[in-house]
Design a protein around this ligand. Sequence first.
Ligand code: DQA
Length: 143
Amino acid sequence: RPVLVLNGPNLGRLGSREPDVYGAQTFEDLSALCREAGRELGLSVEVRQTDDEAELVGWIHEAADTRTPVVLNPAAFTHYSYALRDAIAQRTAPLVEVHISNPNARETFRHTSVVAAVATGTIAGFGLRSYELALRAIADTGE
Ligand code: DQA
């Protein structure tokens, strides 16, 4: 069963980006980890990243049209993109919001997620393992 793992702005820079917050593993490492976790769970995982809000919204539309489950790290869009929220509200399959860090333990502006209320659920604060846990949650829903 296909699953999309979608990543928002600056996540392509994992490994060099604030390694004290996001760790030393690269986006390629993250992609490999997701594909491997997917294999073990019987999911065919495709990983994408964009810095472009319009492109990310388009991918959410694509998932809605094809009833594809999504693991989404909206990155900074989490905190202010009503366009992303409105796209997610059209979902036709489970969508899990993930974060590498725990935004609630960080700056105040990160305490608000404008997408959480339209996601199936949220997993945050477990490093790259947040993605693995989200894929497991999707595998377990069986939808
Ligand atoms: C993040 C948390 C966001 O606040 C931040 O803007 C990111 C990454 C995370 O995975 O911890 O870019 O979504």
